[in-house]
Design a protein around this ligand. Structure first.
Ligand code: BGC
Length: 724
């Protein structure tokens, strides 16, 4: 045993030396290349040459960099110089579940599998940078892009983002974590100036980016469109000071497409590669006009005139070369693969692990797969492609199993009858196209189908159209669109045996919640969406997802909306995050505003008993780790998983505090009747708050409360600790 330990220790020693040597070689290589390059060649590397690539230096063997969206699959090939699809026949991929679903799994191991799989597909498609994952915090249910992000809690997003990055980068493909930072709405995203306290910035909006850099070692970060306190975030002191200096980020800052606005600022405030939506880098398209970008000819001229020093340029090019020596110049990266069975399995596993059971009166779910009953499936989302639309995250999936197909496949003996019920119209980026179908006829047809069935499954929600879950605009209201609320009411009148499945990336108002027996929150689940849903409906998989964001009863119950228009969406120029640190459940908890469904909530087909909450001691000091243990038993009849969540609060404090904040969690799989002991470690430094008077983190002494929960609104047990 001892011998083994010595080998392991020596092994790690050797590995560390090899890594240090590799790093030294990389830095040496960068210096050598820089010396060979002309000013023009260096500047060329700092901006796009096409929609998704930047140039190399052929005479020195430096290749181009190829990028692709992200974050749920590798996007179809786009034309060189316009936004049309290139029409390749070899770019169909596996569509993975949206990141809301990954976050809802509360399962970091699955995040790693997801990262590895999508990274392999990106590598096979010869991409050097994958434009994802997204970790902007869920501040309002109206944000059109929430489905691309990891929910409202900085701890959850921080934990879930790291394995994704590691999985992707294992393939010699850089992750590009986006959008840095405060891009929490699509409405006016190109110019709105966010005003938020330093404390909320550091405690809520930055943590996931910080762990992405410090623990995930991401090789790229994408700037955002919006401004922060009057300056565009793509060239901002947030980049030089916080990202590059304080966090020691040694990778590349890529602009969002067209988010750069000024040459000098872009040069001096931390942007490394400028990409564009329009070919002149500005607001319109001229053929092949990439030389007009801020970091192109205008940058070269300022360098030549001595207005910007060459050191600034060399820093950018060093970072770009470093990324390349880790990716397309590394010489030892794997080959990648795509559309293989294992990737489909990862997609299905993540989807099934993330689907959330929200209501289950009279054990409505699961519905036995052997049933011979007539099941009426009603609703557009049962049969609509959700990989198409949504903006830049749109995918060209090799295949997509719809919920209806998944149900038909699994319920071979049942009589499945389908009716559309409502129609939303086709998907078009940046505009809304109403359906040509007659709404009344659709409702009547659905009611007739429902009245003939034993059970009704309504599968609705939002979709990837403009003003829904889609880039470029926010939702206009909190309601379910296309008359779905009215339809659900009518369906219940003809058949009360009804369950609802919502497919969305956002919370919605649920006026019918008390009247339905069953409610499942599903997500945009990609290629395996239907199979994963059938896994849950049938009980082949016991639901274990937990909500990654709160569901307010009404919009005003959400902290951002409580404060009116200046808080969201702003006055066209500025907005003020008046809820400050009280985002999501922090707001509901602290203000005692009961949500419809709380962050961290999700039911199961089995029961769990969480007991025997223990701490290794009662008093801790800075630098120590709080060791929480708890027993958990699956007391029901089927196998399942529960997420044990540890929240911490400070009842009396010199600063404003949320009642409690998530600081640790663990998902535990237990066979029926099985018990385990869960161990969760919380470094004491995680209890620090951002002290604006010090411009630094600070640990307040005194009494803290630790809460063991299985959702943010269900405290199972609590204990006091003291911080000395
Ligand atoms: C989006 C980015 C995306 C980029 C390239 C932008 O509009 O905000 O998330 O990566 O386009 O498609």
């Amino acid at each position: 045993m001892r011998k083994l330990l010595i080998y392991i220790v020596i092994g790690f020693g050797i590995m560390a030396t090899v890594n240090a040597q590799t790093e030294a070689n990389v830095e040496k290589k960068i210096d050598e290349l820089l010396k060979e390059m002309t000013l023009e060649e260096k500047v060329a590397m700092c901006h796009a040459q096409s929609k998704f690539s930047s140039p190399g230096v052929p005479r020195l063997g430096i290749p181009e960099i190829w990028m692709s969206d992200g974050p749920h699959g590798v996007r179809g090939e786009i034309n060189w110089d316009n936004w049309g699809y290139a029409g390749w026949t070899n770019d169909s991929i596996t569509a993975f579940p949206a990141l809301t679903c990954l976050a809802a799994s509360f399962n970091p191991e699955l995040s790693y599998e997801y990262g590895v799989a999508i990274g392999e597909e990106a590598r096979y498609r010869r991409k050097d940078i994958l434009l994802g994952p997204g970790v902007n915090i869920y501040r309002t249910p109206l944000n059109g892009r929430n489905f691309e992000y990891m929910g409202e809690d900085p701890h959850l997003a921080s934990i879930m983002v790291v394995p994704y990055i590691k999985g992707v980068q294992r393939n010699g493909v850089a992750a590009c974590v986006k959008h840095y930072v405060l891009n929490n709405q699509e409405h006016w995203r190109g110019h709105i100036s966010v005003n938020v306290s330093d404390r909320a910035l550091h405690e809520i909006y930055l943590p996931a980016f910080k762990t992405a850099v410090q623990d995930g070692h991401t090789w790229a970060i994408m700037g955002a469109y919006n401004q922060f306190r009057g300056q565009h975030t793509t060239h901002h002191k947030l980049l030089n000071k916080i990202l590059k200096e304080d966090w020691a980020f040694d990778g590349v800052v890529v602009s969002d497409w067209g988010s750069a606005h000024d040459t000098k600022e872009a040069a001096l405030y931390g942007l490394d590669i400028e990409m564009g939506s329009w070919t002149n880098g500005l607001t319109s398209s001229i053929d092949l006009a990439y030389d007009n970008y801020y970091l192109a000819t205008p940058f070269l001229e300022m360098l030549k005139a001595g207005e910007i020093s060459e050191e600034v340029l060399d820093d950018k090019v060093s970072r770009i070369l470093r990324l390349m020596l880790r990716t397309n110049m590394s010489g030892s990266r794997p080959t990648g693969r795509m559309n293989n069975v294992e990737h489909s399995q990862v997609a299905r596993k993540v989807a099934a692990d993330g689907i959330v059971l929200l209501k289950n009166a009279n054990d409505f779910f699961p519905i036995s797969p052997d049933t011979e009953l007539t099941i009426a499936v009603i609703g557009e989302n049962a049969n609509r492609s959700m990989t198409v639309g949504g903006g830049s995250s749109e995918l060209k999936a090799k295949y997509e199993v719809s919920p209806l197909e998944g149900i038909q496949n699994r319920y071979a003996k049942a009589n499945i009858i389908y009716s559309l019920g409502y129609a939303s119209g086709p998907s078009a980026y940046g505009r809304e196209i109403a359906s040509e179908l007659d709404a009344d006829s659709l409702v009547n047809a659905a009611l007739e189908v429902a009245s003939k069935a034993d059970i009704v499954l309504f599968i609705g929600g939002l979709n990837k159209n403009h003003y829904q879950d889609c880039e470029g605009a926010d939702r206009k209201h909190y309601k379910l669109p296309f008359g779905q609320n009215e339809l659900i009411d009518k369906l219940l009148k003809v058949n009360s045996q009804a369950g609802v499945v919502l497919v969305s990336g956002n919370a919605v108002e649920m006026p019918w919640i008390d009247k339905v027996d069953g409610l499942i929150q599903s997500w945009y689940n990609g290629s395996e969406a239907g199979n994963a849903l059938a896994d849950i409906l049938s009980g082949d998989v016991t639901p274990s997802g937990k909500l990654p964001y709160s569901y307010p009863v009404k919009l005003k119950d959400n902290g951002a909306h409580y404060f009116g228009e200046l808080s969201y969406p702003g006055d066209t120029i500025d907005q003020y995050y008046k809820e400050d640190i009280l985002v999501g459940y922090r707001w509901h908890d602290t203000k005692n505003i009961k949500p419809q469904f709380a962050f961290g909530f999700g039911l199961s087909y089995t029961d769990f008993a969480i007991s025997d909450f223990q701490l290794d001691k009662k008093t801790y000091t800075q630098g120590e780790v709080i060791k929480v243990t708890s027993g958990i038993e699956n007391t029901g009849d089927v196998n399942g998983a529960e997420v044990v969540q540890v929240y911490v609060g400070k009842p009396t404090s010199k600063v404003k505090r949320a009642l409690k904040e998530l600081k640790g969690f663990q998902k535990v799989y237990l066979n029926a009747g099985e018990s385990k002991t869960v161990e969760i470690e919380i470094p004491v430094e995680k209890l620090m708050f951002y002290d604006e008077s010090l411009a630094d983190w600070s640990l307040e002494k005194g009494t803290y409360m630790l809460y063991i929960c299985n959702s943010s609104d269900n405290i199972i047990s609590k204990q006091k600790i003291n911080i000395k």
